[in-house]
Design a protein around this ligand. Structure first.
Ligand code: ZN
Length: 148
């Protein structure tokens, strides 16, 4: 099953799936939202130029839902939606920071904002560009969610 889905995305996430997952911790600016995410120590993140991401400066780390644990702050999250309404953009209603959200590209998973990881656990960071301003033309270039 994994082989089938990866075959459509030959350039994406080479090697990442075989790496051990570690626990990264992070949160919003005011600290009310805290999360833990299971991901490799060497991260591949995506920078997107869509109307929202370029204003926020968001670095996407796509993970299966089971790999993100919200430790606290669910009650202060506000949800913003636009365009297709598929993506659920979660913001801290106190400080405005978007630590993670449900992305349109991977609605079964989460996108975690690598800029919000505060623990000293990232050994390497590889940023890939995604032309989200032309989403329909480029969505096929994004890797599928890593297996949980
Ligand atoms: Zn906050």
């Amino acid at each position: 099953m994994k082989g089938d889905s990866r075959g459509k995305h030959p350039h994406a996430y080479e090697g990442q799936m075989t790496e051990l997952l570690i626990t990264h911790r992070g949160g919003c600016h005011c600290g009310r939202v805290q999360f833990e995410v299971q991901a490799p120590a060497r991260l591949s993140a995506t920078e997107c130029n869509c109307s929202m991401c370029r204003k926020v400066g968001y670095w996407h780390l796509m993970v299966p839902r089971s790999q993100l644990k919200v430790l606290q702050g669910k009650e202060v999250l506000t949800t913003y939606t636009f365009n297709t309404g598929v993506a659920q953009h979660y913001f801290c209603s106190v400080c405005g920071v978007k630590s993670f959200y449900v992305p349109r590209s991977h609605p079964d998973g989460y996108s975690v904002n690598v800029r919000c990881i505060e623990s000293d656990t990232i050994q390497q960071l590889d940023i890939r560009q995604f032309d989200g301003a032309n989403w329909e033309d480029h969505i096929g270039e994004l890797a599928p969610l890593p297996e949980s």
